[in-house]
Design a protein around this ligand. Structure first.
Ligand code: NAP
Length: 288
């Protein structure tokens, strides 16, 4: 491990995130801290790329020999048209959040789902085994999709997907159900389910500025010892997570998924283990 501060020079390899908007992104702070800690001569910046400029931006990755990029809203699906190869992780999620430049060949990965699972295992009960667990996901959007497939690969006892638009829950549950037992329901059906081991909010409900909104009442299906998790990390402790704490449940914060999706991206780029603690500290400092 090196703490040597490497400043950009003639050998610096560029990385970045493509998004629109992108100025709020904490990825540059997190990734540059990681490169410094790893002693790698690389720099990471945020690039505001309008949808009409996406093809040109991807060509710039090739022309300027970037090591890779992250991709965020609104480019996660559209970028698949411009890459040379799509990894299974991105194929299943239907979206790319990480591009690796392997000797001029651009390969798309999705690290959101696996990042979520790594964060859940690292940050909740030591020795957590998912295979005996019943897991509830609230929401059936893009983030839910990646998380649901990554969880399904851990062979849980059952996954329940509850969504405001019930048909979307049913559709996603049918696909995930090819890997692990999975049901899709509407939010109004939540009153009828039994207690679950892990309940995850994958919707944007509760995100700033709507911090007083709850995706559902966790008292319906959680209690002492349940794990209650949120993908939202602005604010860090959402109303959903506060309500869970009052029930005696274990909280799992959305910031962890952000850190670990970045760690997985960094590992694809460098082939080395990511300095997760350094990355987290850099993001937490920038949020303070
Ligand atoms: P998305 O594709 O737009 O999906 C949004 C989901 O939220 C849908 O299931 C939608 O239900 C539901 N929803 C939205 N407003 C609702 C409301 N008022 N009541 C009930 N349900 C509502 O968004 P996404 O990309 O999946 O992102 C979802 C959240 O995850 C965002 O807050 C995002 O910031 C967060 N996220 C966090 C990380 C991380 O690293 N921690 C990574 C990715 C995403 P319908 O289908 O009925 O519209």
């Amino acid at each position: 491990m090196s703490t040597e501060h490497v400043l950009p020079d003639s050998n610096t390899v560029m990385y970045g995130v493509f998004g629109d908007p992108v100025r709020h992104s904490k990825s540059p702070v997190m990734m540059n801290a990681a490169f410094r800690e790893m002693g790698i001569n690389a720099a990471y910046a945020a690039f505001q790329v309008a949808p009409a400029q996406l093809a040109a931006a991807v060509n710039a990755v090739r022309a300027l020999k970037f090591g890779g990029v992250n991709v965020t809203i609104p480019h996660k699906v559209a970028i698949m048209n411009y890459l040379d190869e799509i990894d299974d992780s991105a194929q299943t999620a239907g979206a790319v959040n990480t591009v690796v430049n392997r000797d001029g060949r651009l390969i798309g990965f999705n690290t959101d789902g696996i990042g979520y699972v790594r964060s859940l295992l690292a940050e909740t009960n030591a020795g957590l085994e998912l295979h005996s667990k019943t897991i509830l996901l609230i929401g059936a959007g893009g983030a839910a999709r990646g998380v649901a497939f990554a969880l399904a690969h851990e062979r849980p006892k059952r996954i329940i997907i509850a969504n405001r638009t019930r048909e979307k829950a049913a559709q996603l549950a049918a696909e995930v159900g090819r890997i692990a037992p999975c049901d899709g329901i509407g939010l109004t059906d939540l009153a009828d389910i039994n207690r679950v081991d892990i309940a995850i909010n994958t919707t944007s409900v509760g995100m700033s500025p709507h911090v007083d909104d709850l995706p559902a009442d966790p008292a319906l299906f959680c209690g002492p010892g349940s794990i209650v998790s949120d993908l939202v990390y602005n604010p860090l402790e959402t109303k959903w997570l506060r309500a869970a704490k009052e029930l005696g449940a274990v909280q799992h914060f959305g910031l962890g998924m952000f850190i670990y999706q970045g760690a997985c991206a960094l590992e694809h780029w460098t082939g080395r283990q990511a300095p997760v603690d350094t990355m987290r500290a850099a993001v937490v400092r920038s949020l303070a």
